[in-house]
Design a binder for this molecule. Structure first.
Ligand code: GTP
Ligand code: SPV
Ligand code: MN
Length: 600
């Protein structure tokens, strides 16, 4: 009798013939399986036990020192036509890419166990969720995938069901196939390749986060953005949070900030004391990825395809993010953090003293920070004190506001609202941010990162902007679009805005705008809070700093709009005319730069 899992079993057989593992293990996602994996990794040294009194169920993984972040220059999106990949991605012809990476996979699992990891991105019963199977030789990847996704038997059952329903039209089933091997961890023999037409990912030579946990950036953003485009939805690098107001409303907000620019922190923020007294509450739905589609009511409905957090450790403290700290007090995998004398995890921003650095050496400040700047924790989202049951809702949650933001030390105000949807798309497309340690390469360099998707949009940015614009149609009840900047610096180089919990003050203004209770001030770049519209009680901030945060520097913005225009040109000939018109509209409203300005 033919197996219902024909497509899957024949692929697994094919991969095993190529990689030649000693064993094949089909993951069921059970507690016993996880416990056995952990034991195995403790024996092999892949995991180190942390202080079980202070951190029960917590372990440390040290990655190879040359394998600590995403590698954008080795990440390829292999559409058959180069143009479809766009200026925002690296391209290789699919045949060439397969040949190159299959040569690396040849025999690479000899003597090792090959794990078959079925997973579901999103609640298993959600029509918005999508399944995949990752084949990997890394037990660390398996353990992380178990935390980050709905992994195991339930996902396999859904894949089986969908395979049955697909009746020949999709005789390969509908799941995404991801093949991964840590290989030799040689940066010269490392590739992260995507084949959107084949729903296939191949990743070789890295064991780290976004390079290796294929359900996350590779599937849920690069492959899914292609599916979203053809099926009329959006796959975005966004947190999702719920805000309960004192008057009994709940507003859901989705926010796109580039890597290591504050999504995890905002998604679980703790309201300032006065807000808590008034009855404000924050609920966390997601901290990194958001899939959303128009519902029958015309609103955008969003799910978080993930089940866990792969969060930045440095900077996480009882001041900045007590919720995260509580979340990661047990049953957490730490990657590349430092250790204290009593074997507790440590990173910059925590009290106490590091004794062993992230590479396992005695800590010496001459070697740089004790924890790697991109050290991370992997933890089930259910452990977060503000975790919301709404994250399991099959239809998702309705979005009231979309927020864009980045690290902009100058020019960009604390907050502004886009005039309308296509202006909002321009604001997202024009996003800029300083690079961070989340990817290899220089840190602190300003670059455009449209919708925080520069490393993750799996097709041409011009087509992507057109897709965003297409949501503005009859019957749509679109969210308002805002832009924030928590990272504005003063002349002394210090942040002007306190950030973290106090960011709720900015979100409150947005909610008032969504509910139509405040007017704001109209400017060419967007609508800003009026003089008394931000609630600042209990906040220690100098008036002149606030004025700076909310000022619109016309000369600076003229230059910025010219730079945005040049950036948009990189998407020609696929740049939507409507977006060009928006940029021209804002530029004209600001007036042309004076000759003197252009030369200073
Ligand atoms: P990825 O997981 O890489 O996608 O990042 P993320 O967007 O979730 O970033 P995260 O919330 O982990 O924040 C990264 C860094 O930004 C941390 O070091 C935080 O301490 C810092 N940060 C977050 N929010 C704020 C803020 O409001 N103000 C300031 N000054 N720093 C912040
Ligand atoms: C990011 O870099 O945006 C992350 C971490 O969220 S990773 O999973 O490595 O992509
Ligand atoms: Mn991210």
């Amino acid at each position: 009798m033919a197996s219902r899992l024909d497509a899957l079993t024949s692929w697994v057989t094919e991969v095993a013939a190529l990689t030649r593992p000693a064993n094949i293990h089909w993951c069921d996602g059970s507690d016993a399986e996880y416990a056995a994996l952990v034991q195995r990794m403790l024996q092999s040294g892949d995991l180190i036990e942390l202080n079980q009194q202070t951190h029960p169920g917590c372990y440390l993984h040290r990655s190879d020192p040359a394998d600590v972040a995403r590698v954008e220059h080795l990440t390829f999106v292999c559409h058959p036509q180069r143009e479809d990949t766009g200026p925002n991605n690296h391209w290789m012809a699919p045949d060439e890419a397969h040949a190159k990476i299959d040569a690396l996979f040849d025999g690479c699992m000899a003597g090792r166990t090959m794990y078959v990891v079925p997973y579901c991105m999103g609640p298993v019963d959600s029509p918005l969720a999508r399944c995949g199977v990752e084949i990997t030789d890394s037990p660390y990847v398996v353990a992380n995938m178990r935390i980050m996704t709905r992994m195991g038997a339930a996902a396999l059952a859904r894949i089986e069901r969908e395979g049955l329903l697909s009746n020949g039209a999709h005789s390969n089933g509908t799941f995404v196939k991801g093949l991964h091997s840590t290989g030799e961890l040689d940066p010269e023999r490392r590739y992260i390749m995507h084949f959107p037409d084949e729903l296939t990912i191949k990743s070789y030579g890295s064991g780290y986060g976004g390079n290796a946990l294929l359900g996350k950036k590779c599937h849920a953003l690069r492959i899914a953005s292609n599916q979203a485009r053809s099926e009329g939805w959006l796959a975005e690098h966004m947190l999702i949070m719920g805000i309960d107001t004192p008057w009994g409303e709940t507003h859901y907000i989705a926010a796109a900030f580039p890597s290591a620019c504050g999504k995890t922190n905002l998604s679980m923020l703790i309201p300032p004391e006065s807000y808590q007294r008034d009855g404000w509450k924050v609920r966390t739905i997601g901290d990194d990825i958001c899939w959303m589609r128009p519902g029958q009511d015309g609103r955008l409905w969003a799910i978080n395809p993930e089940a866990g957090f792969f969060g930045v450790a440095p900077g996480t403290s009882s001041n900045s993010n007590p919720n995260a700290l509580q979340t990661i007090a047990r049953d957490t995998i730490y990657t590349n953090v430092a250790l204290t004398a009593d074997n507790q995890p440590w990173w910059e921003g925590l009290p106490g003293t590091p004794v062993i650095d992230w590479q396992g050496r005695p800590y010496d400040p001459a070697n740089g920070p004790a924890a790697h700047p991109n050290s991370r924790f992997t933890v089930s989202a259910r452990q977060c004190p503000t975790w919301s049951q709404e994250a399991e809702a099959a239809q998702g949650v309705p979005i009231s506001a979309i927020v864009f933001g980045g690290r902009r030390p100058s020019l960009v105000p604390l907050v502004f609202e886009a005039h309308h949807w296509s202006h909002g798309v321009l604001v997202g497309a024009a996003m800029g941010s300083e690079t961070t340690a989340a990817a290899t390469g220089a840190v602190g360099v300003m670059r455009r990162d449209s919708m925080a998707m520069k490393p993750f949009c799996g097709y041409h940015y011009g087509d992507y902007f057109a897709h965003w614009l297409s949501f503005d149609r009859a019957g749509a009840r679109l969210p308002k679009v805002f832009h924030v900047n928590w990272f504005r610096k003063g002349r002394d180089g210090k942040f002007l805005w306190p950030g973290f919990g106090d960011n709720l003050r900015v979100l409150e203004w947005m909610i008032a705008r969504v509910e139509g209770r405040l007017d704001g001030v109209r400017t060419p770049i967007g609508i800003l809070p009026g003089p008394a519209e931000l609630k600042l009680d209990g906040l220690d901030i100098e008036r002149r700093h606030l004025d700076e945060l909310l000022a619109v520097d016309h000369t600076g913005w003229q230059t910025e709009l010219a730079a945005i225009g040049e950036y948009l040109d990189t998407c020609l000939p696929r740049l939507p005319e409507r977006l060009r018109k928006e940029q021209q509209r804002v530029a004209e409203a600001l007036g042309q730069p004076r000759q003197a300005d252009a030369t200073t």
